[in-house]
Every structure is written in C-alpha cells, then in structure tokens.
Design a protein around this ligand. Sequence first.
Ligand code: WTA
Length: 658
Amino acid sequence: MSIEPSTSKPEIEALLAENRTFPPSPDFAAQANATADLYDAAERDFEEFWANIARERVSWARPFDTTLEWDLPFAKWFTGGQLNISYNCVDRHVERGLGAKVAYHWIGEPGDTRTLTYADLHREVQKAANALRELGVATGDRVAIYMPMIPELPIAMLACARLGAPHTVIFGGFSAEALSGRINDAEAKLVITADGGWRRGKPGELKPAVDEALAETPSVEHVLVVRRLGDQAAKCVMKDGRDVWWHDIVDRQAADCPPVPVDSEHMLYLLYTSGTTAKPKGIIHTTAGYLVGTSYTHEMIFDVKPDDVYWCAADVGWVTGHSYIVYGPLANATTGVMYEGTPDTPDWDRWWQIVEDYKVTILYCAPTAIRAFMKQGESFPGRHDLRSLRVLGSVGEPINPEAWLWYHEHIGGGRTPIVDTWWQTETGMILITPLPGVTATKPGSATFPFPGVSADVVDGEGSSVPLGGGGYLVLNRPWPAMLRGIYGDPERYFETYWSRFPGMYFAGDGAKRDREGYFWLLGRVDDVMNVSGHRISTIEVESALVDHRGVAEAAVVGKNDPITGQAIFAFVSLRGGQDPSDELGRELREHVSKIIGPIARPKFLMFTPDLPKTRSGKIMRRLLRDIAEGRTLGDTTTLADSTVVDAIRANTGKAEED
Ligand code: WTA
C-alpha cells in the first residue's frame, strides 16, 4: 500500500486554492444553527456532548442508561434505550401538528409529480408495514429493496424500520448477479422492487433482473412490486404465489400499524459497499446512534430551518440517500425534493428548473455532477432563477478547486456557503466538513472534523504527521453513527478498519493538512476506485473480467477523468487461442456490466500479452496507473520481466475508449 493518492490532485492547483479563503458572511453567521463554541463543548466531554443531543432530539420509548460502551472495535451507543426510528421520522411530527407539512416533493422524470405530506407518509408507511407483516416479515427479518427513485422507496424503508426489520437497499444500477449475491449474504426474506423507472427519457425495467436474481436465492419468500411504468413496461411477469403487486396488497391495508420499539443497537440496515476484495461488505448500521448522528449533522451542516426546501440529489441506493434523503432530514421534519431521473433529461437545465419551480434553498450533490454541468456551460443555470439557494453541499469524492469555484459562482451566485462533506458508507454520518456561518472555507478542502469527531493524518507507522504534511486519514474516537461491523464477518471488520493502525479506524483515504490545520482529502490509497462518486473495487472488476472464458488475467486501475473523477482502465491478457478485437473488447465490457452492473463497465480496455509483476508475483498497479495516465514510468527495478512494460508501452494509445 502506498501513500500515493489514486486521484492525484494537481499539487499546484491545490496550493493556489489554499491561499483563497471564503469567510462566512456576517448575515449568514448571525442566523446560523451552528456556532463556534460547539467545538469546545464537544471536546470537553464528547460522550456527554452526544448524550445531550440524544436526550434532546430522540423520542425514546425508554430512555438509555449508558452513553457509550467502547470495546474496540465494537461500539454500543445509548444502551438500555428503546425507540422506533419511523416514529421519530414521521409520527411525532404529525402528533405535534405538522401533518400538513410536505415531506417530499417528488418529480418523475417524464414530468409527473407527487406531493407527500407527513400525514401522507404516516398513513402510507403504516399500510406498507401491515402489508409486510401479511407477507410474513417479522422483527429481525431482512428485506432487500431494489427500486428506482420513487416515493415508495423511502416508504418501504420506513415500513421495514417500523417493524424492526433491517432493510438492505441495492442500487437499481446493479446487475441481477450483484443483487442475488447481496440477497443471499443478507438472507433476505422479501424483495421490494418495481416494474421499473424512467431514466434518460426511457423506461428502464427492473423486474426482469429480480427474476433472474431470484433463481438462486432460497431465503426469498415473496416479491412486492410497485407499478411505476405500467403499460410502458414490457409485460411484467408476476410469479404465482411469490410476487404481489404493491397496489393489490398495500392499498387494502388499514393505516394502524403501531411502531415496534427496538433496542438502541437493533440493526437498522445493511448497506453493501466495495472493499479491497471481490466480495462486497455488508456494512451494519444500528438505530439510535445513527438517528442521533444523521439528524444532528443534517441540521448543523446544512443549516436546516423549518421553512427550507432541501434537495439531496443522490440516489437512495447509496449511503448519502439513506442518511441525507431519508433518515436525517425526516427526523428533522424537513421538506425535501426527490427527483427520479437524470440531470440531462430533457435538457441540461433540468435541475435548475426544479430549483426554480420548488424554490430549493439547500442543494447537496456530487462533484461529478458539478463537473458535468461545468462542461455544458453556465448558460443552463443562467436561464433560471436560483436566488432561493442559500447553502450548497458536495459529497462523494474530492472536489477540485475549479469545480468548487464554478459551483460557488454559477449556482450559488457567489453568496452561498459551500460545505464539502467527507464521510463514508461506514461512517454513516458526515465527519469532516465546514459548519456554515462558522468555518472560513477553502476551495477543495473539507476543512475540519465535525464537533466531537477526532481525526488525524498519520504516517505508515501510525504517528501523527505535523501540519503541512500528508499521509493516511484515521479516526481515533468512536462516533454515534459509526458502522457496527461487517455482516457475518467480525474478523474482516477488525482486519479491514482497525488492524492497520492499532487503536485507530483506517478510512482508506489519503489526506494532508495544511499549516492552518485544514484537511485536504486526496482520494483512496487502497484498491478502491471512485467513479462518479461510486466506490468500485479494482479486484471486483478484475474477477468479473477473469470470469470470461477468453481472459487469462486482468488488472484494473482508476485513471483520472475530468468528469467522473476516475474512469475504469482495464488491462487484459487473453488465453491462448484468443485474439484481441474490438468485438471482444465490447463483449468483455458487457460481461462486467452483467456481473456487477453498468457502473462498473470499463471505459478503457487494453489488451496486453502479459501484466507487469513483481518478482513475488504481485501485479504492479502503480506502473499500470502510470501507463494509464500516460506518465513517464517510475521505478521498475522490482519488475520481474521488463520486456512486459515495453510491450505494454508499445500498445499505449491503443487502449480503446468506450
Ligand atoms: C470519498 C460516500 C473527498 C472517499 C458518502 C471516501 C470524499 C469514499 C468525500 C466513501 C469528500 C467521500 N472529499 N473524498 N468530501 N466524500 N469521499 O462509501 O474516498 O460511497 O472514502 O460514501 O468517498 O464513499 P461512500
């Protein structure tokens, strides 16, 4: 493992930007939720800090007795307490008179819209929970959710949570194989899906992938299917005795399903994420700490007020959607926007039209989207009134200063604070971020750890690197929304996150701190790529390629990409008797799509007679990264057979772009 970041940010650019600071405006600071004294208050006693927040903002069915039990690497927060998170996200708002408040303004890609108030959500969640019960789901049973961005998705999650049945949401862009792997690992009893959804002007079906996935998933008893496409879908085949339409079973239920109180540490959900092996990890999140962490950070970091219209433009299939579309915002009784489709449909100003129509005040999205908008030019946002915006957020990958400045100027009108938020599926909540109204920001820096959070940058030995230097990002104190483990594999949990630097959580990211202590995230330092803000393991893509009968060996690296951050670059050597061809290149890409999903499809693919290996047989990825970037090659002395590099180099430029 090397310190070399996989997304190498041009050092010069970073240094220049470092000199620009954007202090909070006095007007914003005067009304901000967050204040500078939070840092000191949290530092004095971080457990007490979180305990107070937990007492204030959670409606407990039974109060907790112990704030934290920390038996490294296993944390338990707020033990002795009982609660229901769907009650906290929905019922209590209705009880205090907010039933008519909008929970979600939903916009379908074709232009259809739906409005869900908290009272609507209250009714629908209870009906859905009753339907789940009728389908045999009980407290503790796992439910897999594979859906487009439609209102039934948060409803389904909340219905599971109401019964204490952990959900596992699988992003709709994953393939049937990826879906069945996750269903089997979680041993899900029920799958909730839809006939499909709209993307880029076309209906995209989902149910066929479910049918394919379910060929080998013995735990699944039923499939609950929402009708979204209707006649637009090729006939959605329903299997007798197994498949049930949502409208057939949910609509006839009574809205009278009381929330089941669960222990603070009851599993709320599993979310699968890519690691450094071929098998995705089921990250475990539990109830109370997650609720405390997501709702508090949401309110402070986005400065959310009762009248805000908040839009997190992520997909609920990723952790950002779980924490900052569903649980955090709903716990805060926020009015949110949910959009089904892509930003370029029907044209590149779709998002700005939505901001104008709904008077969106807070927007949270990924640098990939910002760079894609940048490429299209400022005339698209320029056509719309974006003056309602008052806070902008960024997440998922390092934001380059240029994109930060464009976002600031062309979307934020030069007025709005930008919060660049660093966190992970594992962390559950944002951990490194500015506080708007408090922190002076620097384009490209996620600034400082959130109050109560302790982060450091260490060298290979685990010693803290002095300010000005770079190394590995670690966290050295537990936080409420932290992962509780990897499902079914406590050893892997310890091994992956807690063994590299004893006593510290190793995030897998490189970081440096400037002389003022600002954190600059530098990308992954392990074999994980970040493509459009999505984590994809190099090894997962390699095993998908090797799974093809024509492939002898494959090595995959992330290549810097101006829009998606990184793009997948695959080096493939074929079995004897197989000849490289454009057609085979296409076939291999298709194969990866089929096994993992279209998000993992290599953008570049190069056939090579051999792969460069060390004498001990390890593939030299650093060298391949240099080749992929077209850089002059670094040290090759450990290379077993130097003619391999010559052969690959002779091929450079022949990598075929998808
Ligand atoms: C990267 C997404 C730089 C990082 C919430 C991390 C970031 C991985 C930032 C987690 C940021 C996320 N600046 N890098 N603001 N936010 N990352 O699990 O490499 O999908 O480890 O969670 O995204 O990705 P995940």
